[in-house]
Each structure stands twice: as structure tokens, then as C-alpha cells.
Design a protein around this ligand. Structure first.
Ligand code: CMP
Length: 138
């Protein structure tokens, strides 16, 4: 069993996609072991995406991620990091497979509806960034 951090980004929340995303997570039989609605500050978003701080999109993505409410969740399952990434689709929705969340709902490379950790190390950092151990029902 593995855990990963999932975020329904501000574009997903404002488009009314919370239910749709959660429906897909449950259909995939991922266990939701933590969940909350947050509105990140710019500083919180900068800390979350610190790995990207030298990238040209850093300022824009951290402004976007702090622009409104987002849903943060911890998912648990066998190989859930990779399995959830399959359901999300590629970062660039134009390259995402048919039937993925991003192919269905993303509108640009930044407003791509969902986030998922990309490795066990990243997942450990990202989960602990938003949740303490008392908030994870494990
Ligand atoms: P995410 O998987 O959350 O990780 C970094 C985010 O930066 C990414 O999704 C996009 O929302 C955003 N982003 C904007 N431009 C780019 C880009 N050129 N490459 C990767 N990510 C980008």
C-alpha cells in the first residue's frame, strides 16, 4: 500500500468538478484517507512548489494555486502514485489520453484541474505539507 497527495485545483473547484473528480477516485478504488478544503496563501503555494522555483511558470502557478479554494486529499492504494497519475493524464492536457481527468476538463497547461505526487519521496513531502498524522485516517 502506498499513499499520494491529490489536489483538486482552484479551476476544478470553481468549475464544479469536486464531485466528478471524487467519483473517478472512488471508481478506481482508491481509499480517501484525508481530505480538506483550503485556500492557499501565495507563500504556501511557493513552499509547495519549491522544487519548481527556478522554472519560468513558478510565479504564475503559485498565483493560480492561491487564487481560490482547492481540495487536498490523501489517497491510499496499491501503486496509487502511478495509478492516480494514469487517471489524471499528462500535465499538458493536449498530450493527455482520452478519458483522463485532464483530457476531459483542463483548459491549459497550468489550469489542469488536478495535481498528484510524482514519486514516493515527493508524496511524503507533499502529504506532510498539508496534513499531520492525526488528520490521516489510516
Ligand atoms: P502540477 O502537476 O501541479 O505541477 C506543476 C504545475 O505547474 C503543473 O501541474 C501545472 O499546473 C503548472 N505548469 C504551468 N506551466 C507548466 C509547464 N510548462 N510545465 C509543467 N507544469 C506547468
Amino acid at each position: 500500500m502506498e499513499k499520494t497527495l491529490s489536489i483538486i485545483k482552484p479551476d476544478g473547484v470553481s468549475k464544479g468538478l469536486i464531485g466528478e473528480v471524487i467519483k473517478r477516485l472512488e471508481a478506481a478504488e482508491f481509499q480517501i484517507v484525508a481530505m480538506k478544503l483550503i485556500n492557499m496563501t501565495k507563500a504556501q503555494a511557493q513552499g509547495f512548489y519549491a522544487v519548481h522555483k527556478e522554472r519560468p511558470f513558478f510565479d504564475s502557478v503559485t498565483t493560480f494555486m492561491s487564487s481560490g479554494p482547492a481540495v487536498v486529499m490523501v489517497l491510499k492504494g496499491v501503486n496509487v502514485i502511478a495509478e492516480y497519475r494514469k487517471i489524471m493524464g499528462a500535465t499538458d492536457y493536449k498530450k493527455a489520453d482520452e478519458g483522463t481527468i485532464r483530457k476531459s476538463y483542463a483548459t491549459d497547461i497550468e489550469k489542469n484541474v488536478v495535481h498528484g505526487s510524482d514519486s514516493p519521496e515527493t508524496a511524503a513531502f507533499e502529504i506532510s505539507y498539508f496534513f499531520n498524522r492525526f488528520e490521516i485516517v489510516d
